[in-house]
Design a protein around this ligand. Structure first.
Ligand code: GTR
Length: 383
């Protein structure tokens, strides 16, 4: 990021005392949120040794440096691909009046094949493909996702997903799920769920109807954070779409206005500290000392495609801070000749996933993967 850009951001945003959060469910002590002038954002194109990244080759090295920084401070390290993936208990049912096959299975892997998760795909029935896949970090076989499955299939995709809680339940307990299987890894829950998405890509590549070069990964809120992490690390994922991902996802830790979930709030012991590496909480109240912000995570996706989708009234998920991350990751996409692969969509409304959001995702995916026209404005907030 140039100095002009950072000055622009400093002017455009400022820290404010947080007086209230959106709801009691979200609402630990807002008084703990740091206040003060907006800090300068670190530049993803400047290496730890101060050298500037000016070539694609130099970016490859810097990319590794950034990934290691984020894993060691924010998410924890995950094991490599287990390589012993086994598909068990497959079943197939016709759904959507026979228009689709719902294929379900359990995938087991890792030490003694003890890591396992339930997976599923909706496929156009009788079709051969290969089709692109919209992959969600959700148990997509659940009834309420059927309309989404239909929408994805109508747009020419397979719709797939997995039960991330089979790998790690959403609590601080590290004695179950995959943690005891990999004691040498310091991964926290978001990293485990992201690893599950990568294993899902392993699984999808074994399915003959799947076009593994056209995988679109998405998740909402906490699953959006994990989706962005997986998309940042796994270059097999062609399109990454974090939805309402906020703190720890596409939202900034350093650009936080009133009502936003901050680093201090999300890492509170009674809240979601276990989503993150314990080192992150050490920056609570000292965010200005963070050696990164979430534009670093965004930048790791380049030159592949990335679209964040957020509600303008979803203040807790930090729309303005997300816009700042979108803008400050852009120089990395530019350097790699992927100017249009970095996109951000803000729509009226709050923290929910609407059918229109799925339309926006599907249109973007179709544009990136198949060259279809793009009608929505995906250039973030207008100033
Ligand atoms: C909230 C949390 C957010 C977001 C959300 C969700 O309570 O503060 O970071 O993850 O949950 O997942 O719906």
């Amino acid at each position: 990021m140039s100095e002009v850009q950072s000055v622009h951001i400093v002017r455009a945003f400022f820290y404010a005392t947080v007086v209230a959060v959106a709801s009691v469910a979200q609402g630990p002590d807002p008084a703990k949120v740091p206040t003060g002038p907006s800090p300068e954002l670190p530049n993803p194109l400047v290496c730890a040794d101060g050298s500037r990244v000016e070539t694609r080759a130099a970016w490859q090295e810097r990319r590794g440096e950034i990934a290691e920084l984020l894993l060691s401070v924010e998410y924890g390290h995950m094991p490599p691909a287990p390589g012993n993936l086994r598909v068990e208990d497959s079943s197939s049912t016709l759904v959507l009046d026979g228009a689709a096959e719902l294929r379900r299975a359990t995938v087991s892997m890792g030490p003694e094949n003890k890591a396992s998760m339930r997976v599923a795909c909706y496929l156009p029935s009788g079709g051969k493909g290969p089709y692109p896949v919209v992959l969600a970090l959700e148990p997509v076989w659940e009834e309420h996702l059927l309309p989404v499955a239909k929408k994805c299939l109508d747009a020419g995709n397979i719709f797939a997903g997995y039960e991330r809680h089979d790998l790690d339940r959403d609590d601080a307990d590290r004695s179950d799920g995959v943690h005891p299987l990999y004691p040498e890894y310091d991964w926290a829950s978001l990293a485990v769920w992201a690893w599950g998405a990568m294993r899902m890509v392993d699984y999808l590549a074994t399915q003959p109807e799947v076009d593994a070069a056209r995988i679109v990964l998405t998740g909402h809120s906490r699953a959006g954070k994990a989706a962005l992490l997986a998309g940042a690390l796994d270059e097999r994922i062609a399109v990454t779409v974090p939805h309402a991902s906020g703190a720890g996802g596409a939202g900034s830790y350093l650009i936080v206005e009133r009502g936003v979930e901050t680093l201090a709030l999300i890492t509170e012991p009674a809240r979601f500290h276990y989503w993150f590496h314990p080192r992150l909480a050490e920056f609570a109240g000292k965010e200005k000392e963070l050696p990164f912000d979430q534009h670093y995570l965004r930048a790791l996706v380049a030159p592949r495609a990335l679209l964040s989708i957020d509600g303008l009234e979803d203040q807790w998920a930090n729309p303005k801070g997300t816009d700042a991350m979108y803008r400050t990751a852009q120089p990395v996409f530019d350097l790699l000749g992927a100017e249009e692969m970095n996109a951000a969509y803000f729509r009226p409304g709050g923290h929910d996933t609407t059918m229109e959001d799925w339309d926006v995702l599907l249109e973007f995916a179709n544009h990136v993967l198949n060259g279809a026209p793009q009608t929505h404005d995906l250039q973030g907030l207008r100033r």
